[in-house]
Design a binder for this molecule. Structure first.
Ligand code: 5RP
Length: 261
């Protein structure tokens, strides 16, 4: 592996090999998502807790201070919306020149395995890997399911993650599911868990993150369950403890409660 690739990956993954990515890219298909209307304000109190920020070039340029000391993962797929015909019909939105100009640590794009646009989105991944590998920029593939949330089970997610890795993704982001070890075991590159829509309680979030980490995930890329919570800093502190400090679910509950006081 070349130095540039190694250097970028070392910024994303901490010395323990784990990572806490903070996604604020939702606007690219959802518009002004609740609690993300002003992205700079949303992330300000959370900065001490996450390791990298996942966003589009538009939010990066308009809302994020160029002095930020966190690596950026640039969302480079899009072109569809919640109100359009099919969320899966994504294209690559960002050129390799722009990716380099923005000096990002990695790029992320969605693939929609099993959808009508499976081939196109896998082609997007392969093309992006071809371009980014030339410059030592890691690609994170997001195994997206659009509105078909029933697809979030181990057999499907294992298939999608493995395909992403085979096509050259350096990191794969996928949903936590029951029997998550089956997803991780079949994927030769690091697996990061996405959050999904807000859970009923923080405890549920701590449980699935802890379970996923114990089954081999390297970390999370978790947004709404943090910044849509009335106590986002308390959730972030508790998650940081699970991801980087080997905290149990009970420890996380206690950290959350004491941070809310
Ligand atoms: C959208 C994304 C988001 O980054 C991802 O959904 C993670 O955010 P959340 O935890 O809110 O689901 O890739 O396609």
């Amino acid at each position: 592996m070349d130095w540039g690739m190694k250097n970028r990956l070392s910024k994303l993954f901490q010395k323990d090999g784990h990572c806490f990515f903070m996604p604020i890219d939702h606007g690219y298909f959802q518009g002004p998502t609740s609690c993300l209307e002003k992205p700079a304000e949303t992330i300000k109190p959370l900065l001490p807790y996450f390791d990298a920020l996942f966003c589009t070039r538009g939010v990066l340029r308009s809302a994020i201070d160029a002095n930020i000391d966190k690596p950026i993962i640039l969302r480079v797929s899009g072109g569809t919306s919640m109100v359009g015909k099919d969320l899966a019909n994504e294209v690559l939105t960002t050129s390799i020149e722009e990716i380099i100009r923005l000096n990002v640590a990695a790029v992320g794009l969605s693939i929609f395995v099993g959808s009508d646009y499976e081939k196109e989105t896998l082609q997007n991944l392969a093309e992006l890997v071809n371009k980014c590998e030339n410059y030592g920029i890691p690609v994170m593939a997001v195994t997206a399911v659009g509105k078909e949330t029933e697809k979030r089970e181990a057999r499907y997610l294992a298939l999608a993650c493995r395909i992403a890795a085979e096509l050259g993704a350096r990191v794969v982001k996928t949903y936590w599911c029951k029997n998550f070890e089956k997803v991780v075991e079949g994927c030769p590159v690091p697996v990061v868990m996405a959050g999904g829509p807000k859970c009923e309680t923080e405890h549920e979030v701590f449980e699935f993150v802890h379970d996923g980490m114990s089954k081999g995930a390297v970390g999370v890329n978790l947004g709404r369950n943090i910044w849509q919570n009335p106590n986002p800093v308390a959730v972030a502190k508790a998650l940081d403890a699970i991801i980087h400090k080997k905290a149990s679910v009970k420890d996380a509950d206690d950290i959350f409660k004491s941070a809310c006081k």
